[in-house]
Ligand binder design. Structure first.
Ligand SMILES: Cc1cc2nc3c(=O)[nH]c(=O)nc-3n(C[C@H](O)[C@H](O)[C@H](O)COP(=O)(O)OP(=O)(O)OC[C@H]3O[C@@H](n4cnc5c(N)ncnc54)[C@H](O)[C@@H]3O)c2cc1C
Length: 316
């Protein structure tokens, strides 16, 4: 199976910001979501236990739409801190909350030992248009991730991670505007950016090129989504305006009833994307795990990421 060739050769400005490729072990990070039920909690912890020995740079835990998982996110992050050696990065959004409420969450995280926060605006809650709906900031709330980032850094010296959109944020008038927004977030204290998932490698490279051209030097880490459910992907991609290339559709065509082959393809596509990004000088990868370890574990193995700590020790 071949992905379309990456035609662009990234220039020296862009390369300077990335890690050298070669013998250097890729730096990986994993995203999880807070579980709703006991059964989901069990699968999350199976996934964490399996992936922890790969020594990720950090693991992030999402914040449900409109802050709906505030307690569950907090609980999951706390358990990671208490029971593992992992560095949890708590996602935090400012939608639907006052500055005082958000500040309280920030103080709580700092006090329990969290040092990494993924600073996000969030989307309108489902009842108010949901993803893609018109965002109206609260009078007494933080307006966007830039303001939230500044608030985080004002409260404590967190490592602040932010989101970027290689194919443009759906509400943004242009990619240049997105670059200006990223620059503002960096000026406010962001130290690393994680990209929305994508399949168009050229679009990601163009975005990084533009950012480097604008003097943004923080790492921009590609967000990799191993896709097993193509129909689900189409819905999600339409909402966040990520393009789904024809070659990906072709790969999954006729496989609705064949989950095993879909999983093999998912692993192969994600691994090849990472390899292509490595050819372009990228060596950091953020994986959207969907709380399942097996695919991401296999992809990491292919990339040469091996256990560095015995499993029992990593999860202890
Ligand atoms: C890696 C990643 C993880 C995510 N995790 C979650 C999650 O856990 N929970 C969740 O609810 N959502 C999550 N999201 C989705 C995210 O909340 C939405 O994409 C949201 O629509 C935008 O969030 P943002 O932080 O990029 O917004 P912002 O950076 O605030 O940008 C939103 C808009 O605000 C405006 N803006 C921002 N800063 C400025 C500025 N300085 N000057 C002028 N205009 C500005 C821009 O017009 C921009 O288009 C995630 C996204 C990514 C990429």
């Amino acid at each position: 199976m071949t992905l379309p060739p990456t035609r662009r050769v990234i220039g020296p400005i862009a390369r300077a910001g990335e890690r050298p490729v070669g013998a250097v072990r890729p730096r990986v990070s994993f995203e999880f979501f807070p579980p709703k039920t006991e059964k989901m909690e069990e699968s999350l912890w199976e996934a964490i236990t399996r992936l922890a020995p790969l020594d990720p740079a950090f693991v992030s835990v999402t914040y449900g739409a409109g802050g709906s998982t505030r307690e569950r996110t907090h609980r999951t992050v706390k358990r990671i801190l208490d029971e593992t050696r992992l560095k949890p990065a708590a996602h935090l959004t400012c939608v639907g909350a006052s500055r005082a409420e958000v500040d309280e969450v920030i103080h709580d995280y700092w006090n329990i030992g969290v040092r990494h926060i993924v600073s996000l605006r969030g989307d309108p809650p489902p009842g108010e248009g949901g993803l893609g709906g018109l965002y109206v900031p609260r009078e007494d709330g933080y307006k966007n991730a830039t303001e939230l980032t500044a608030a985080l850094r004002g409260i404590a010296p967190f490592e602040v991670l932010v989101g970027v959109y290689p194919e443009k944020h759906p509400e943004s008038p242009s990619l240049d505007h997105d670059i200006d927004v990223l620059k503002a977030k960096v000026d406010a204290g962001a130290t690393l950016a994680i990209s929305q998932f994508f399949f168009d490698i050229d679009a990601f490279l163009r975005f990084v090129d533009k950012a480097r051209g604008a003097g943004i030097t923080i790492p921009i880490v590609p967000g990799i989504m191993p896709v097993t459910n193509f129909n689900g992907l189409k819905t999600m991609s339409a909402a966040c305006q990520t393009s789904v290339p024809g070659w990906l559709a072709n790969l999954f065509e006729g496989l609705d009833g064949d989950p095993e082959t879909r999983r093999l393809i998912a692993c192969s596509v994600a691994t090849e994307m990472c390899a292509k990004l490595q050819e372009q000088g990228f060596n950091d990868f953020h994986f959207y795990t969907l709380n399942r370890a097996d695919l991401v574990y296999a992809i990491c193995r292919v990339l040469g990421v091996r256990e560095t700590v015995p499993a029992a020790e990593a999860a202890a």
